[in-house]
Design a protein around this ligand. Sequence first.
Ligand SMILES: N[C@@H](CCC(=O)N[C@@H](CS)C(=O)NCC(=O)O)C(=O)O
Length: 277
Amino acid sequence: MSTTNDNDIGRPYHTQCTGPALATVSQHRDEADITLFGSCFCPFVQRVWVAFEYMGISYKVHEVDPYKKPQDLLEVSPKGLVPALRFNRYNPPRALNESTVIMEFLEDLASTTTKRNLLPPLTNPYARALVRLQADHIGRTLVPAFYRYLQGQDPEKQIVEEKEFHTAIDGAGERVALKKGLGLWIESEGGQDLGWADVMVAPWIFRAKIVLKHYRGFELAKGERFNAWVNRLLEHPAFKATCSAEQLYLDSYERYAFNRPHTSQVADAINQGKALP
Ligand SMILES: N[C@@H](CCC(=O)N[C@@H](CS)C(=O)NCC(=O)O)C(=O)O
């Protein structure tokens, strides 16, 4: 039985978390030194949010609609994209945007505070480089492949796009991880339960299981080690704490699945064959 959805029924994106993510937002409404500007459906936000949770760094969540571009978001993120951070202890407040840069910032902050790091230790620069190689592949290949597949409307091309997305997932692991034993569907070194590349990719694996499955009939590859990795990732408390209920993603991604015009800057970039914002 196909679980794909054939018609665009005009469902709007959500603006507030549901499920476990809502409980986490409720615990992070009080003032804190750092405010995380986020949106419930956004995978780039989820990366950063998982890092906050994993590293045990204090934060306040401020849910915003990045398509409406509220003034307080534009003050911390020039293109009006989430995620963004505001550092409230400074006057005027400082700001940071771009999920990968925020991740690096949090990693540095954790090094001198909570010591809950996602990258391998500084004493192993080669291991750190390999993990970054994986993250580079995730950003440049896997993430765009996800959107091309989700936005693609031509059934014949979807077959190719599906294959490319599978290849991108394989590439993230195989390129270095399987040989070196560094994260990505292999138990990571030192019993670390979640790694840098894991957090970089997890939001798209999660959405593939929900959104691509529903709209494209997509199934992740099956393999013992791969499945164990997916479970380790998606069942990790720091990840689960940032997840809304499935319906939120099905609703919020309908516009991508039918490639509605003016969906987002990411969707426009994919349609125009340009680099993602
Ligand atoms: N490169 C950015 C991408 C962030 C991004 O595209 N966020 C989306 C939400 S998932 C957004 O804010 N979109 C607003 C828009 O398209 O105008 C990052 O990694 O932080």
